[in-house]
Design a binder for this molecule. Structure first.
Ligand SMILES: [Ca+2]
Ligand SMILES: [Ca+2]
Length: 176
């Protein structure tokens, strides 16, 4: 593996790990149509805004940008889904990863969302690629696990050691 690939993977991980952080003061309001009730309609409205840029139903102060990061995408859809299922914890601060939906419909081929949203049999029934993965050009990119990073470091150490040994050997000379 080239060092540049390692650096790119680290960069992607850094970007991905900070992608779903919520900005200070964010209300994380999943009742996006601002009617006082959270139901499936809020999910559908957020989905339409994220997927089709049809955001007319987003009437909350933050619109459908539930996690207040300046854009409406499947992280926001995942937050609404999280609250809709009344799962424990902050709906806007759950880990995201690449998901390939398997149910037909108008989902994109790969979406960055929560594992719970991805694997919801009633919605996407998708294949989740782990919290440290992300979509790129419609394809999931898996980030190496810690043990895989260990293999990378070990390989580089072996390569460096072999180089040092070979350099320290005197050149072979012709026989008498
Ligand atoms: Ca609502
Ligand atoms: Ca957002």
């Amino acid at each position: 593996m080239k060092l540049s690939y390692v650096l790119i993977a680290v960069g992607i991980y850094m970007c991905n790990s900070s992608a779903n952080s919520v900005f200070a003061g964010c209300a994380c309001n999943t009742n996006v149509d601002n009617n006082g009730t959270l139901n499936f309609l809020d999910y559908a409205i957020t989905y339409d805004c994220a997927r089709l840029n049809n955001c007319a139903g987003c009437l909350a102060p933050d619109g459908c940008d539930v996690n207040c990061d300046g854009t409406v995408n499947f992280a926001d859809v995942a937050a609404v889904h999280w609250d809709f299922l009344a799962l424990p914890g902050d709906a806007c601060n759950q880990p995201l990863g690449a998901c390939e939906p398997t149910l037909p419909g108008n989902h994109p081929s790969c979406i960055d969302t929560t594992e719970q949203h991805c694997e919801d049999a009633n919605i996407t029934a998708g294949t989740f690629h782990g919290d440290l993965s992300m979509c790129s050009n419609g394809q999931p990119i898996d980030i190496p696990t810690l043990s895989e990073w260990g293999l990378v470091v070990l390989s580089l150490a072996l390569l460096a050691g072999a180089t040092l040994v070979l350099r320290s050997r005197p050149l072979a000379t012709a026989g008498p």
